[in-house]
Design a binder for this molecule. Structure first.
Ligand SMILES: Cc1cc2nc3c(=O)[nH]c(=O)nc-3n(C[C@H](O)[C@H](O)[C@H](O)COP(=O)(O)OP(=O)(O)OC[C@H]3O[C@@H](n4cnc5c(N)ncnc54)[C@H](O)[C@@H]3O)c2cc1C
Length: 501
């Protein structure tokens, strides 16, 4: 049968955390799913986050200050989902401790009690207890914390994860359960029958042709592009988003000499500042400012100046532009329901909406809560279908996370004794590292595509075969994750791929 005449139960538009999470949940419940992404999977916001699986310390402060029950519930849900993410995407995530420096005595009990509350709310989903550190203890962990005026620090726990690769694992897991998944396929129009949306016209950027796909249900999970798609389906649809952008820079690991991250809960201009360990480097980022929607948001000189000024102000380390090894900007889909008075009762972090034509939109929320958001959306679909199948994603381990580290290493060592290459592979591909080593042994040899990061040629071949890599940059950015940490090496690897493949 010709591809475009295929009819699916569900088309999901948007291959970020939300869309691929929905594709997995729906496939696990037996639906025939098509997932469409206009660029590479994870190329949008979902690979440009701070990479924290968290309940949101700042949201908790807001909830307490404003006695806001809804915010409190969101923090609680986030903490539950943090626990599940750490367990279900275990090869790409870990628990980390973060140190919060405090410079005013009265803030010591305030921050300590706040973070204790954060632990308490997590209840049985707790991942570690917060504790108070003296100035001396904190500086012995990280001497870069600004010493002048430092009174004490609070150490607390959150999750950290590789966001880009987590999307790939979600897409692979959905695909494994039968979903058809297509990147570089942009939805350009909707197809209607009796004023109800019943399909999409999409453009396959690789084959350079238009294709039509039909489905009983269509979900718009396009993040900051949600309004664009809603208006395409219904020109009267009112905007629900107010996108904002946030940037990160990546520095050498010497700037973060410990495994603990640092968190400044409130800068002078009311932002959060994080300094985190990330892929053997130091990731620095902050919260957002209002911005316009573009497919490839860029980091501006002004943003860089801002971050540098703050790092140098809050930490005893001199960071200059020359120290920046990579930078990236992400657009956050912030739901602004105040524009739509009718929906004001729906004040919440994410929104699920159905237009009169039947297009379902899900947007907003956090990476951390992708699973519960997906479950909520697929529950709505199941109700429409008249099925009572419930979600099984709470316990579902994603592709790559199904063997424990010890077993993977044991298997890997049957193929090679290159420890550096093996630990890199295991940290990125989990139990699939063994498949890459198999390709190296049987076909490609153990030669490196890149010496500095010990990237095997076989890794590129694997990612083309099993991880939907269509362009070399897909590999270097969102599979091998080099673009996020080292722009110089990114260029070298791209040249090498050009030469070899
Ligand atoms: C700076 C920053 C830091 C953040 N840090 C954290 C954090 O530490 N922890 C946390 O939990 N959350 C964090 N978030 C929030 C989190 O990253 C987002 O909520 C989440 O990634 C949104 O995922 P999504 O799938 O909805 O959107 P996206 O990842 O943007 O996916 C939507 C996809 O739809 C595609 N698309 C658009 N139009 C079309 C079309 N016409 N056809 C086909 N495809 C289309 C896009 O290309 C895109 O890939 C952060 C956000 C930002 C901006």
């Amino acid at each position: 049968m010709h591809e475009s005449s295929l009819k699916f139960d569900l088309i999901v538009i948007g291959g970020g955390a939300t869309g691929s999470g929905i594709a997995l949940d729906a496939s696990l419940r037996g639906l025939n799913v098509l997932l469409l992404e206009q660029n590479d999977f994870a190329e949008g916001t979902s690979s440009r986050s701070t990479k924290l699986a968290h309940g949101g310390v700042r949201y908790l402060e807001y909830a307490v200050k404003h006695l806001d029950k809804e915010q409190y519930s969101l923090v609680k849900e986030g903490l539950k989902e943090r626990y599940r993410l750490l367990r279900n995407i275990s090869h790409l995530s870990k628990k980390i401790s973060l140190i919060t420096p405090i410079y005013r005595w009265w803030e010591v009990p305030y921050v300590y009690i706040g973070l204790k509350l954060y632990d308490m709310i997590s209840g049985k989903y707790s991942i570690g207890k917060s504790s108070l550190l003296s100035k001396k203890e904190a500086l012995s962990i990280n001497p870069n914390i600004k010493k002048e005026g430092l009174k004490a620090c609070v150490k607390y726990f959150d999750g950290a994860f590789n966001d880009a690769r987590a999307v790939i694992a979600l897409v692979q897991s959905a695909n494994e359960k039968g979903a058809t998944v297509k990147n570089y396929t942009q939805v350009q129009n909707f197809i209607f029958q009796n004023d109800t949306v019943c399909g999409v016209e999409a453009y396959d950027k690789i084959a350079q042709k238009s294709v039509k796909y039909y489905a009983k249900y269509i979900v718009n999970a396009t993040g900051v592009f949600a309004d664009t798609l809603r208006k395409l389906a219904d020109k009267n649809a009112k905007e629900i988003l107010r996108p904002s952008s946030g940037i990160h820079i990546v520095l050498d690991k010497k700037f973060l000499p410990s495994k603990e991250g640092l968190m400044i809960p409130k800068t002078k201009d009311d932002r959060v500042l994080f300094v985190l360990p990330y892929l053997g480097k130091c990731l620095v980022g902050t919260t957002d400012k209002e911005d316009k929607v573009t497919q490839h948001p860029e980091v501006s000189d002004e943003d860089i100046e801002y971050l540098l000024e703050h790092i140098n102000g809050y930490f005893d380390m001199k960071v200059t532009k020359e120290d920046i090894q990579a930078s990236f900007c992400g657009l956050r889909p912030l739901v602004d329901l105040h524009k739509d008075e009718d929906s004001s009762e729906l004040v919440r972090e994410h929104i699920i909406e159905e237009l009169p034509c039947g297009l379902l939109t899900i947007t907003g929320g956090k990476w951390t809560t992708y699973r519960s958001m997906s479950e909520e959306l697929v529950d709505i679909l199941m109700k429409k279908i008249g099925s009572n199948k419930t979600s099984s994603t709470k316990e579902y381990k994603l592709v790559g996370s199904r063997l424990d580290q010890e077993k993977i290493y044991k298997k890997a060592l049957e193929f090679s004794d290159d420890n550096e290459a093996i630990s890199r592979l295991v940290s990125l591909y989990g139990d699939r590292a063994v498949d890459i080593l198999k390709i190296a042994k049987e076909e490609a040899g153990f030669g490196y595509l890149d010496e500095k990061y010990k990237i095997l040629k076989a890794e590129y071949i694997y990612s083309q075969r099993y991880e939907y890599v269509k362009k070399p940059i897909d590999f270097v950015s969102r599979r091998a994750c080099i673009s996020f940490v080292d722009r110089v090496e990114e260029k070298k690897i791209l040249d090498k791929i050009d030469e070899l493949f």
